[in-house]
Design a binder for this molecule. Sequence first.
Ligand SMILES: [Zn+2]
Ligand SMILES: [Zn+2]
Length: 279
Amino acid sequence: MKISLFFAGHWGLSVLLQSLFQHRYAAHRMYTMGPKTERSLHLLTALVQGSSYLEPRAYAILHREHHAFADTEKDPHSPAHHGNPARMMLATARRYAAFVTRRKQPESRFLGGYPEWPALERTFGHWPSRVAFGALYTLFYRRFATRRWQYLLLPLHFVMGPVHGAIVNWCGHRYGYRNFRTRDESRNSLPMDVLCMGELFQNNHHARPANPDFASRRFELDPTWQVMRLLARLKLIRLAHVPRGQDVEAAQEPLQMPARARSVIPRSEMMEDAVAATP
Ligand SMILES: [Zn+2]
Ligand SMILES: [Zn+2]
């Protein structure tokens, strides 16, 4: 029971913070917050993601490239151009590492607007920290595991961020239904995405990349957006704009996006009258 709770908690919180902090804040600037709140959220993200913490700068650059080149040969992670999820994520990991070490310079339009905290990156972004977190997870399993099969879950804690990335990037551009006719292959994989906290609404998100609510139809639920609404009500964050009632074209222009990052947002095409495809 304790192992199940630990696994579910680590999974849910890791992907929630990836969606909330690295994706919707660092890459898209869907909301703003004060410097102390930003540092607190940054630290919380590093502590929760632990072994597989992702640097917001490198994440944001990769993700902006993904939006700009979605499902073309220049997309850093597209099922259309990588043979299987493992190859796709290996290529993504190599590109991510090149941006972290600054061996690779991205186009200037992908730079800026993300949180940078060099001391934190030096602490949490390197192997000693990743191994230490891995040791803590192992100690927890040694103390509380009651069945041998539970140890099969342990490696997932070490690579949780990349596992979430693989699920979202592969399934979100391969399996599911489409609400919008976009130029890419994006899909909505689950109508109520509690598995990846809203990240599997890839089609909605590619059509309206500035909209912080990834759900677009009545039956869809985006948990991370509900958390953002709560944080905004508590005045911890300020939302860039209110999504409901805006049409697709109006939602293309973010209010708070930094000028350099704004140019990477692709323009979607018209919304289809009905859900065209089924999962
Ligand atoms: Zn995508
Ligand atoms: Zn995005």
